[in-house]
Design a binder for this molecule. Structure first.
Ligand code: EPU
Length: 414
């Protein structure tokens, strides 16, 4: 599938922030920990969620998904053998490991997938499971985890990994005794997953800090939980606001407290920003100043917004630089932006960007956020841009055609 986008430098207006992808892809697998029905609200209707729904149906759950409300109910018979090819379509499927270990202390699951951002090992997840008492067998296509008993313990992560922090929380939530997880990731999605587990009856302290303490409980019950807003989707549209000559873009229903690093950066380079309780408006002010950012774990600047910022840098006089420290291959969008005329040079982990006039071109999206950056670039051109392989964007952005059209962008999915 392709996006066909006719540039329009004057887009403006407001969009409603969707529920967080990276929370949803963890909370949905985590729902299997409950004995009975879980109701999730503000669930984004994106491809990754649809894929998780398929997996849940295949292993024995009854699902109802309408109007962003997802109801997940276990049938009498659930299988812990997840052999579906769907598993390899997304990264979040690896949360079934922690969830099934926590639930029944065993799981067999195909290898997970996700955006190709370089080597993405799961050693911290597996080391954590092992410390809790799980035995691990790796096969070429799948992995099996089994434990007689899971016992609370101290686990120090080698890096504040989002995935490992969540997966270990899921595995130990019903373990015997207390688990202390140190060097945890502090991303808002960790807090969201933790709050969801607490709504099911889990005992967890320290969410959003370096150390999370989980006191094992005997059972978790169903609950009714509302997923937080997607800070990366919000950030994408706010950066679009900083790029557009229109009267500004407002993201409604977002969480400004989770977007501090982006807000500060946009303010520092000269954008006009109005912050409400749950709304943010960004308006471009000329001229903007060049910037230098280093992506790092929360609360620093998020890796997921670096690619979009590289497009903003092409519109600013002077040299801007973005250093990526989380993933080894986050710059696959650069060759595509270069086809559009962007003056970007990759130097190791850093890209240096100079002001450039972007032109329409035929480009290809290689990963979710890279795809979003190509849309922003396409909006700045005078012609028609074709973005191929747009499936990667549909995995994680809800109703992008509808939202971008409402802002005045001429965009079609073909
Ligand atoms: N790492 C290891 N070993 C591990 C786990 C991670 O070496 O066991 C390394 C990774 O290779 C990477 C770094 O640690 O270099 C960070 O990985 P992390 O585990 O924090 O990331 P993740 O859980 O794979 C999630 C999001 C990403 C987001 C990162 C960082 C999901 C499904 N994905 O990935 O989101 O960029 O955290 O915030 O939650 C996206 O939405 O486009 C996206 C890629």
């Amino acid at each position: 599938m392709k996006f066909v986008i006719k540039g329009n430098k004057n887009i403006e207006g407001s969009i409603k922030n969707s529920g967080s992808k990276n929370s949803a892809v963890a909370i949905i697998p985590a729902s299997v920990l409950a004995k009975d029905e879980v109701i999730l609200r503000n669930v984004p209707d994106i491809q990754d969620v649809q894929t998780l729904i398929k997996i849940l149906k295949e292993i024995g759950y009854r699902i109802n998904f309408a109007d962003n409300i997802l109801k997940i109910k276990p049938n009498k018979k659930i299988t812990h053998r997840i052999k579906s090819d769907e598993v390899s379509r997304l990264r979040g499927s690896y949360y079934f490991m922690g969830a099934f270990l926590g639930k029944i202390r065993k799981i067999v699951i195909k290898n997970c997938g996700g955006c190709n951002l370089g080597y993405r090992p799961i050693n911290f997840h597996l080391e954590g499971f092992q410390k809790l008492g799980a035995r691990i067998k790796k096969h070429p296509q799948e992995i099996s985890l089994k434990a007689k008993i899971l016992k609370g313990t101290d686990i120090t992560l080698g890096f504040p990994s989002v995935g490992a922090t969540i997966n270990i929380m899921l595995a130990c939530v019903k373990a015997k005794g207390r688990t202390i997880i140190k060097n945890c990731a502090q991303e808002p999605e960790i807090i969201d997953v933790g709050n969801f587990l607490k709504a099911m009856g889990a005992k967890i302290d320290g969410l959003g800090s370096e150390t999370i303490i989980v006191e094992g409980v005997k059972k978790l019950t169903g609950c009714d939980y509302t997923i937080t807003s997607d800070r990366i989707e919000a950030g994408t549209y706010l950066i679009l606001g900083a790029l557009s000559d229109g009267s500004g873009i407002t993201v409604k229903g977002c969480s400004p407290q989770y977007l501090q690093s982006l807000i500060e950066l946009l303010q520092n380079i000269g954008c006009e920003i109005i912050i409400g309780e749950t709304d943010i408006t960004v308006k471009k002010n000329n001229p903007l100043k060049p910037f230098s950012i280093t992506t790092a774990p929360y609360p620093a600047f998020p890796t997921d917004l670096g690619q979009m910022m590289s497009v903003l840098a092409t519109q600013i006089e002077g040299k801007s630089a973005i250093k990526e420290t989380i993933f080894s291959n986050r710059f696959s969008h650069v060759t595509e932006l270069q086809k559009m005329g962007a003056d970007i040079v990759v130097k190791g982990k850093t890209i240096n960007i100079q002001k450039s006039k972007l032109k329409a071109a035929m480009v290809k999206a290689y990963d979710l956020r890279g795809a979003a950056s190509l849309i922003l670039a396409a909006a700045l051109t005078d012609g028609v841009t074709y973005i191929d392989n747009i499936e990667v964007l549909l995995r994680g952005y809800e109703r992008p055609v509808e939202k971008l059209s409402s802002l005045g962008l001429d965009i079609k999915l073909v």
